[in-house]
Design a protein. Structure first.
Length: 200
């Protein structure tokens, strides 16, 4: 039930891509001690206490994800759990995207890095994740774009350059096709939403 939009503006796509427990085919169930259980309960209690403070809840959620990542990694190490070859390939693809998505947006680049063809990579990922290679790449690119648009430090043109689009016009068309609204419209809606979510 996790939605990436919850953490827009405070985390990078690299962070979200580093969380294996959100990926299909990963180990999603871990054993925890009573002490760890109590710590997680305390984190959720904090969320309830600050439920009307959106930025605080975002920070708490980030902390929860970091903690669960730590527990998950410890579980994998302790149980000597080994990823299958297919799971390793999915993880490698996502890791490559997290590293190169600002400069490289074509499936062929990632297929070459993985010593395969774009066609095979696309079919493989669709089978393993339910998403095409291009869709997964776009998910990361436009998550970053939305995160930057929620801030006011960079103009649309600067964001398009940051993400290595040919120009701001091409970026705007691609963003509208993927998100459904133009970048400036998205920014205005987000800023308006943030304004009305402020406590009175």
């Amino acid at each position: 039930m996790f939605r990436e939009a919850l953490l827009e503006g405070i985390v990078t796509p690299e962070f979200l891509a580093s969380l294996p427990f959100f990926l299909l085919g990963e180990q999603h169930v871990i054993s925890i001690s009573n002490d760890q259980h109590q710590k997680i309960k305390a984190i959720f209690k904090l969320m309830q206490d600050f439920e009307k403070e959106r930025e605080v809840v975002m920070g708490i959620t980030f902390s929860l994800l970091v903690y669960i990542k730590k527990l998950s990694e410890a579980e994998v190490l302790a149980s000597k759990y080994h990823l299958s070859i297919k799971e390793q390939q999915v993880r490698k693809f996502r890791s490559l995207i997290a590293k190169h998505f600002r400069e490289e947006k074509q499936v062929r680049f990632y297929a070459d890095k993985m010593n395969t063809t774009p066609k095979y990579l696309g079919e493989f990922l669709l089978s393993e994740t339910g998403k095409s290679a291009k869709c997964i790449i776009n998910d990361v690119i436009f998550l970053e774009a939305k995160s930057l648009l929620k801030q006011i430090a960079m103009s649309v043109q600067e964001i398009s350059l940051h993400l290595s689009f040919a120009n701001s016009s091409y970026f705007s068309k691609a963003f509208k096709k993927y998100v459904g609204v133009a970048p400036l419209t998205y920014r205005k809606k987000q800023l308006h939403s943030e304004y009305w979510e402020l406590p009175s």
